[in-house]
Design a protein around this ligand. Sequence first.
Ligand code: ADP
Length: 509
Amino acid sequence: MLGTSGSPTVENGYVTMTGARERPGWSVRTRILAVIIVITGAALALAGGVAYLTQRAGILADVDDRLHARVESARAAVTGATTAEPGETAVPVAPGTASPASTATAIEWIMQRVVPGPHESALALVDSRPAYLPPVEIAFHLEDDPALVSRIAAEVSDDTVRIGTSISPVLGHLRYIAAPVAVGGDPSVGVYITAVDVPATLSELDTAFRTYAWLALGATALVGAVGWFVAGRLLRPLRTLREATSRITVSDISERIPVTGADDISQLTQTVNGMFDRLEGSISAQKRLLDDVRHELKTPITIIRGHLELLDPHDTDEVAYTRTLSIGELDRMAGLVDRIELLAEVPEDRPRLEQTPIAALTGDVHRKASVMPGHDWVLAESADVVANIDPRRITQAWLQLADNAAKYSPAGSPIRIGSTRRDNTVECWVSDEGAGIPAGSEERIFERFGRVDTGRGIAGSGLGLPIVKAIAETHGGRVSLASSSAGSTFSIVLPLPTNTAPERDPENP
Ligand code: ADP
């Protein structure tokens, strides 16, 4: 997966990110796999490691027990006693028992009767010199390392049994026990040594754990492979989503991503599709607006250009006429640009809603409209409701309807302004006695630049009603029209909160 940062730009119709270029990173699938492998590997290694160390400690304790048992056997061999004496003393031969005659004999008895086990060796010294070997096959020969033998002999010179570990360059890692042997009356000193080859004793355990390590590795690889496959399947919809979104461009935004299943990813797909719907709507609205604006601006430009081209600069009357005409056209263009700005702004600009008494607003709009000359402005009725609206925007839309009524109805005719509650809506209306809207044009006049030729040459931009409609829609409302040859009533229909009750007169409920 590639990461991007920086600001988006549109290139050849594609939305791309600039700034830091795409930098390679780990895909989600790889990260999931890495986590699975690390956790599985760590769990197996921990379990194996703890089991190995516990078993190793047990085997080493067994080795020590075995060595002590050998000394006990040695003691029994020469004395017939079966229990150890406290304090790990030498293997004494108690005076008065059927005992060997000399230290050498005692040593000989021991070597004949105490048989070393597997991975074990024994050696008997008499006066610090190797004197006897067991009469059986032994795993290794202690006398091969004379330095070790003399070190052990020195260790037991104080007549105590010694157990120890040695890392011998010749014999490797050994655990040994040494017991001095003495027979009363014999001046010579014997030492019985028995040792265990530690790596050989642990070899079985090591082999078992090497097998375990391979199996654990295989299991981790298997879990990884299954994880890779499952993660791939789970993430496939995301990949499809990414591929589809990267295919969708500003110039072709009509493609939608197929929604499969009913999980989080399909919800995400629906959200993305919804986003593309809104984006497509906004892009096509912008395109339409641009087309309309281009079309509308072309006419005044052509008129001004045509007149300037044919203008005789010496004809003062013609100059004055062209000047007036050009200023008129330019003013129309300026008005057009202002209204386009307003039209673009209304849907973007969130209405600043406040609880507004509609009756007061009706009176306010009526007062403002009354300054428009040439008509008799009548305040017809006022709805006693409070609506949650942006009074500034609604006043603007309402006055636009009043302005249209003034423009499109005969001079001197009355224009009625009022507001009426109807179920859960309130209608803010303007009613005139003009010629009305020709049948079939009711929809078109609410479209941008949608004008009806009244044959009376009234100037206009065709943007007034679309602005009214946009303002009504930002309030969740709509516009409605009732028109006949006797006049038109334009209404802004606004929703009321469902629990809004008409304001009652406390004296006359
Ligand atoms: P403009 O008035 O600038 O042309 P509008 O969008 O306000 O643009 O109105 C669009 C068209 O609707 C007008 O050109 C006119 O033909 C028609 N119209 C609007 N209001 C009235 C009205 N009160 N009576 C008759 N026709 C109207």
